[in-house]
Design a protein around this ligand. Sequence first.
Ligand code: ZN
Length: 162
Amino acid sequence: MITPISKLPARVLRTNTKNLEFPLKKDKLRLIRNMLDTVRAADGVGLAAPQIGKNLNMALIYLEEAGLPAFPIINPRITKFSKEMVDIEEGCLSMPGVFGMVRRPKKITMEAYNIDGEKFVITDDTFLARVIQHEVDHLQCILIIDKFDTITKGHELLKKYQ
Ligand SMILES: [Zn+2]
């Protein structure tokens, strides 16, 4: 089911998230399926639970176009950040039309849980690392509007989102 996406300045985007407990209940599994339908319909690369109005510590990574099957990251934690930083243009489904340059560590290591409650670790320095950082920021109430070095598109929309 496609769910409406919360847009700034929705409070849920600035509300602390709660860890999920395992085994996941049916409503959480349904939520993950809804997030998949929603991110696919919105043509996004990731979606965090607060973006569909739930203050839960979970996001979905959706890089199927890059050949990676979609997967949730549950209770994720980034445990290592590289010193090397990169500037990449980012947008956000909670702030459509606005894009800007965001500086982030190039390489990260993340620990998270899958839907079965099994821990997994990803170390990456590709676009995946960028998407993971963007989504984990959402789970900590941080949005790219807080991080922009420069706005590249949509200046005129900024007021609406503040
Ligand atoms: Zn976002």
